[in-house]
Design a protein around this ligand. Structure first.
Ligand SMILES: Nc1ncnc2c1ncn2[C@@H]1O[C@H](COP(=O)(O)OP(=O)(O)O)[C@@H](O)[C@H]1O
Ligand SMILES: [Mg+2]
Length: 184
C-alpha cells in the first residue's frame, strides 16, 4: 500500500491559511513595499522558534502596522504553521477592559504569535496593566513572541519596570522613521 501523500495536504493548508490572513488584512495596509531587514529577519526566525519579542517604535504613519501584517503574511506564504493572534488597539482594549474577556485573554497567552498594535493610543491604566502584565509575564518564560507597536518613546512609564523589562528582554527593537505616509 502507498503511504498517504501528506505534502498535498500541507500545501492546501498553507494556501488556505495564507488566503484567510490576506482577506483579513485591512485594505489600507495592503500596499506593496519593502520590509526593513531586521523585521524580515525576525520573521524568518519564527520557524526555528528563535524569534523573541518584536517592538516597533515610531511616529504615526511610519509603517509600524503595515510591517506587522507584511512580515506575518510573508511567513505564512512560506508555510509558517503557528497560530497568530493579531489584535488592533480597539480589539485588545475590549478584551482586557472591564469586564475582562477571560477566554480571549487565555488565547492571548497561548497564541504562537501575539500582536498588540498601538500601545499608547489608549492610556494604559492600572486595570489594563493588571490584565496585560500577566500575559506578557506568562509568554516570557517559554519565549513565545509578542509584537508590540507604539508611538511612545518608552514603554517603562506605562507598563512599569518589571513588565517592560520582560517585554524588552532580547527583543528585536526597530525604530521606524520618516514622514507620515498617510499624509502623502
Ligand atoms: N514599507 C511600506 N511600503 C509601502 N507602503 C507602506 C509601507 N509602510 C507603510 N505603508 C503604508 O503607509 C500607511 C501608513 O502605515 P501604517 O503601518 O498604518 O503606519 P503606523 O502604524 O506607523 O501608523 C499605510 O497605508 C501603509 O499601507
Ligand atoms: Mg498603526
Amino acid at each position: 500500500m502507498n503511504t498517504p501523500d501528506m505534502s498535498e495536504w500541507w500545501e492546501e493548508r498553507r494556501r488556505q491559511r495564507l488566503e484567510a490572513f490576506r482577506n483579513r488584512r485591512p485594505v489600507e495596509l495592503r500596499h506593496k513595499g519593502d520590509l526593513r531587514d531586521e523585521i524580515a529577519d525576525w520573521g524568518s526566525r519564527l520557524f526555528d522558534h528563535t524569534a523573541r519579542n518584536l517592538v516597533l517604535l515610531g511616529p504615526t504613519g511610519t509603517g509600524k502596522t503595515w510591517s506587522v501584517w507584511e512580515v506575518l503574511e510573508r511567513a505564512l506564504a512560506v508555510g509558517y504553521p503557528g497560530h497568530i493572534m493579531l489584535l488592533a488597539a480597539a480589539e485588545w482594549q475590549e478584551i482586557v477592559g472591564p469586564p475582562v474577556d477571560r477566554e480571549r485573554v487565555r488565547q492571548m497567552r497561548e497564541a504562537d504569535v501575539l500582536v498588540l498594535d498601538d500601545f499608547g493610543s489608549f492610556r494604559i491604566n492600572e486595570w489594563t496593566k493588571d490584565v496585560i502584565g500577566p500575559v506578557i509575564d506568562w509568554r516570557w518564560a517559554p519565549a513565545m513572541p509578542i509584537v508590540v507597536t507604539s508611538n511612545m518613546a518608552d514603554l517603562v512609564t506605562p507598563l512599569g519596570e518589571r513588565i517592560a523589562s520582560r517585554l524588552g528582554h532580547r527583543a528585536t527593537v526597530v525604530a521606524l522613521t520618516g514622514e507620515d505616509r498617510r499624509a502623502q
